[in-house]
Write a protein that binds this ligand. Structure first.
Ligand SMILES: NC(=O)c1ccc[n+]([C@@H]2O[C@H](COP(=O)([O-])OP(=O)(O)OC[C@H]3O[C@@H](n4cnc5c(N)ncnc54)[C@H](OP(=O)(O)O)[C@@H]3O)[C@@H](O)[C@H]2O)c1
Length: 257
């Protein structure tokens, strides 16, 4: 995620020389240095004096990494992209007065087609909110949520969401194969249909209206939708997304202590 954010920043015109990165792995640093970014293994040294410090490590190591940033000034903005680590924990591990933005990007960020929800603590200034948003905007669309616990729902909808769509794609490809299509034909039809449907839904009207528009009474689409409704597909999706949100809350107690 850090690499894709750095690439996004450079692609959107930021000076690579103004970006610093750290990582304990020399091989990882070598790859990032190829982007023209200054690299070093020492997090604290790299963070020194930066306007914004992005914490892009796994939740399991966040406590150590945050506590190691001993030279932070109170005006330096901390941005965490780690799932499930509350801002109160980050504040406790660094200095309690730190301005903090916690956000939840998703994997399409790798293509600049992600969506990121952000949440700020009370110490973040309007200019710092803009700064955080401009960094994450290089990975796709951004929006703010509040209070912080909405990030559990965000994680369940858009954080884990790409996997739900991949699952549906896999299922449709398999269904096409079982009707006699080749794997390649079923995959092309499914993936292009997913792309087209997403583009139409982004343009509007609502997905519900779009679905109604393509469902003729007594037609093929209605026959399929009746099967989905009889199986309570909405209820199953509600349960799946609720399970992801619950897991996100559990992660906060596991990694936020
Ligand atoms: N991937 C996603 O789609 C996604 C979406 C939303 C949020 N996130 C969040 O983004 C964060 C990063 O995820 P990721 O997928 O990018 O993980 P990742 O590929 O494992 O990247 C984490 C990087 O941090 C490095 N690191 C480990 N310990 C460190 C330390 N003490 N100091 C500095 N760097 C250290 C790791 O190095 P080593 O490999 O050498 O350990 C690795 O290069 C996670 O907290 C995750 O919850 C990810």
């Amino acid at each position: 995620m850090a690499t894709s954010l750095i690439k996004g920043l450079i692609a959107s015109g930021h000076d690579a020389a103004a970006i610093r990165a750290s990582d304990p792995d020399p091989e990882q640093l070598r790859k990032i240095a190829e982007l023209g970014v200054a690299t070093a293994p020492d997090n604290n040294a790299q963070a020194r004096g930066a306007d914004v410090v992005i914490l892009a490590v796994k939740p399991q190591v966040m406590a150590n990494v945050a506590a190691g940033l001993t030279d932070l000034r109170p005006d330096q903005l901390l941005v965490s992209i780690a799932a499930g680590v509350p801002m109160s924990s980050l504040a406790g591990w660094t200095r309690a007065a730190q301005p903090i933005v916690r956000c939840m990007p998703n994997t399409p960020a790798l293509l600049g087609a992600g969506v990121t929800a952000l949440c700020a603590n009370a110490r973040v200034s309007p200019a710092q909110k803009e700064l955080a948003q401009s960094v994450l905007a290089t990975a796709g669309r951004t929006l703010w949520v509040s209070p912080e616990d909405q990030l559990d729902a965000v994680t369940a909808v858009s954080g884990s969401g790409p996997a739900y769509f991949f699952y549906l794609m896999e299922a449709m490809i398999e269904a096409g194969r079982s009707l006699g299509l080749s794997a390649e034909t079923a995959a092309t039809l499914t993936l292009e249909t997913a792309r087209g449907a997403a583009l139409m839904a982004l343009e509007g009207p609502s997905p519900a209206q779009l679905r109604a528009n393509v469902t003729s009474p007594g037609g093929t689409t209605q026959a399929a939708l009746e099967v989905l409704e009889a199986a309570d597909c909405q209820g199953i999706i509600n349960a799946a997304v609720a399970a992801a949100a619950e897991r996100s809350r559990e992660l906060a107690t596991e990694f936020g202590r």
